[in-house]
Design a protein around this ligand. Sequence first.
Ligand SMILES: Cc1ncc(COP(=O)(O)O)c(C=O)c1O
Length: 293
Amino acid sequence: MGDMTTAADAGPTKSTSPDGRRVWVQDRLVSAEEARVSATDHGLVAGGGVFESLKVTSDGAFAISRHLARLSRSAKALGLPEPDHQRVREAIEAVAAECDYEVGIVRVTWTGGVGPLGSSAAFGPPTLVVADAPTPAAPENTAIVTLPWLRNERGAMTGIKTTSYAENIRGLGHAHERDASEGVFVNTAGNVSEGTGANLFVVLDGEVVTSPLSSGALAGITRDLVRAWSPVVERDLTLAEAQAADEVFLTSSLRDVQRVTRWDDRRYADDGPVVAGLRELFAERAAADLDPV
Ligand SMILES: Cc1ncc(COP(=O)(O)O)c(C=O)c1O
């Protein structure tokens, strides 16, 4: 259980704000008790919404510009109006400014607003909610398992960060039940796709490899930054090939670069040099620029 991770992987440890934390709803910060959206909001009724999760520290929220760009791409893909970036940025910054902990999550949710009790498009206007919560710092090492369900790399919403995340909830629960912090989806072609909330990388003969977006993986912001800051090859990987790697790691906004030391019944050293170097590089570059574009 040494490589078991905890709530840092699963997200925030609380969803309400007993400590008085405030939530941004539409155009202002309100107390958690006052933070309300309609009971027929399409995000609630049909998962008709998109979202972003940003890491926040006392320095502020990390990579806001990239998260805003992806929020817009997701909204467009779902047929929602695109959010006004200035408005969402103001909301994120207002929430982040109240951050009184070492590390946390800022969650931006943008839904279709009030809508029908079915799958037709919402009537709007869209709902904006920005909330935060402290999280434990992600452990250096973690364990993962292969999920028994497939990622459909040809699904209409594959690669889009929608609030319809039930498959990921189920997958993460499956991993937690097995003392792992993340579950890995293989796609319908038999190639490794991604985790429920993280991208997967492997080191094969000194080369850092990650699955292409055509595998069904989300275009992770941490994944993109690792690719921008260090050589990475994108190519399809079978499960057997990926598991035979020398080193394995996950990337996500809350994990940054996190080493995998167990994947199903395979073990990986906890001191492999490539992941050690990438962890250091990521920490340095992220500390030097809060909003790398
Ligand atoms: C399905 C999925 N894959 C990958 C990631 C990692 O993306 P990012 O690095 O932007 O956090 C996430 C983010 O939470 C995700 O939900």
